[in-house]
Structures are given as C-alpha cells and as structure tokens.
Design a protein around this ligand. Sequence first.
Ligand code: NAI
Ligand code: BUO
Length: 260
Amino acid sequence: MSTAKVALVSGAGQGIGRGIALQLAKDGFDVAVADLTFQEEKARGVVAEIEALGRRAIFVAADVSKKEDVVAAVDAAATQLGGFDVIVNNAGIAQVKPILDVTAEELDKIFSINVNSVVFGIQAAADKFIELGVKGKIISAASIASIKGFPILGAYSASKFAVRGLTQVAAQELAPKGITVNAYAPGIVGTGMWDLIDEKLSEINGKPRGQNLKENVESIALGRIETPEDVANVVSFLASEKADYVTGQVLLVDGGMLYN
Ligand SMILES: NC(=O)C1=CN([C@@H]2O[C@H](COP(=O)(O)OP(=O)(O)OC[C@H]3O[C@@H](n4cnc5c(N)ncnc54)[C@H](O)[C@@H]3O)[C@@H](O)[C@H]2O)C=CC1
Ligand SMILES: CC(=O)C(C)=O
C-alpha cells in the first residue's frame, strides 16, 4: 500500500483539470482522473502522464452533475489508491448568451454541472474524510466571474457566484472537523472553454474569431494569457500543508484583472 496522499480531480481529461492533476502528481499525490465517459481516451492519456511521473493514477468515469457518480468516484479513488485527502471540484461548462435569451433548460444544465456538482463533491469528500479520520481539503473552480458579473456570461457568472457562496458556507460548517474548503478564481485561460467563448461571442458581436480573446487578454495587467499551469500552481498551494490555516477563500489567479 502506497503512503502517498490521494487527490481526485474532476474534468481532468483536458484543460485546467489536466494541469492540476499533473501538478498534484508532481507534488507527490496519487491521482484519480475523473471525467465524462466520452473523454476516456484523453483522461487515460493524463493517467499515463501521471504514471510517467512515478505516481499512481486511475481514470474514473463520472458525470459530476449526478450525486451517485461523484460518491462512486470518491469511493473508487479511496479504495483503489488507498486513501483520500483532497478533492478538486474542477469540472464546469460555460454558456455564452445574453441574459434575455437564456432558457430554463440552459439554466438547469449549467447549475447542475457547475453548482450541484460542487455540493455533491463537498458532501462526498467530507463523508469520506470523516470515515477515514482525515483532515482533508476541498478545492473548487470559481472564476473572476464569481467576483464580478460578466455580460453575455450571465448564467455562468451566477453559477460561479454560487460556488463562492458554497465555499464560504462549507468552510464554516466543516471547520470543526478540520476540513478546509477553498476555491480558485482563474481569469482568461487558454483552454477549450475559451475557444468556445470566443466562437460564440463572435457570432453575437460580429468580431472576427480570436478578436474577443485578444481584447480580453489585452486587459490583463501581466500582459499574457493564463495557462493551466498558472492555475495549477495555486491549487498546489491550496492542496498543501502550507494552506492549513486558509479556509473559506476564493483565491484570484488572473494575472491582474480584478483586485480585492
Ligand atoms: N478557461 C477559463 O478561462 C476559465 C475556466 N474556469 C473554470 O475552470 C474549470 C475548468 O475549465 P477549463 O479547463 O477551461 O474547461 P474545459 O472545457 O477545457 O474542460 C472542462 C472539463 O470538464 C469536463 N466536464 C464537463 N462537464 C462535466 C460533467 N458533467 N462531469 C464531469 N466532467 C465534466 C469536460 O469533459 C472537460 O474535460 C471550469 O469549472 C471553468 O468554469 C474559471 C475561470 C476561467
Ligand atoms: C471562463 C471564465 O470564467 C471567464 C470569466 O472567462
């Protein structure tokens, strides 16, 4: 049995989740790479990258909008990797629509994937930490859109404000168990999500493809687009003992877009 700590990262088949999974492996964690079934090939690639770093990893198929999937994923990580110390509720989707056009179905979808998933992740991880007697860490994906509402990202912004609220509540409720609850708030990260946002914004405002991304990146004080590794470095801190006295926080990692 390995003595390494164990982390589960959702949405780890690509983008920010993949970056976090690899960084946590470099930090010495064994990692459960969770994603939707259609992402299995990519996710198994991430598993192989982690194994090449000398750590253990498994792929877990999970739709995080379903509580039973999240509970089963946490169980699989604990059973197959021999412990459970950190959950990163990273999976999420964007929707790019003026608020007047958002449908009830779209609202249900984005809240079930971006918000319900975080509740389920908090519940499943906390139950496992308590069962194992672990002072674990719960870390979730917020966004600059959890601090400031972004036009045309109304439902998305609302879902990320909810993640911030849940983080503050769970931190207070779980502190007596020694469990910390925090979130990371990236800015403009060059992943599939921003490819989609740029494409949909182009359809809405007629700017050429790439122009909306370029203008947003120009507003970043540090002058470059964010990488998954920039985000993963902050999650690495939140998952470490160095963050033992940090809870209920949403940590901006945006290269200088918002200031608190
Ligand atoms: N890309 C960006 O600029 C920013 C992203 N974020 C947040 O970071 C997180 C990761 O985003 P990216 O890596 O950029 O997105 P991405 O679209 O590149 O990757 C998202 C991953 O989540 C998975 N996923 C989607 N729905 C799922 C479900 N129901 N169950 C399980 N997995 C599911 C996808 O298969 C994919 O692997 C999201 O929560 C996003 O809202 C926050 C701020 C900025
Ligand atoms: C994807 C995202 O969170 C933003 C604000 O771009």
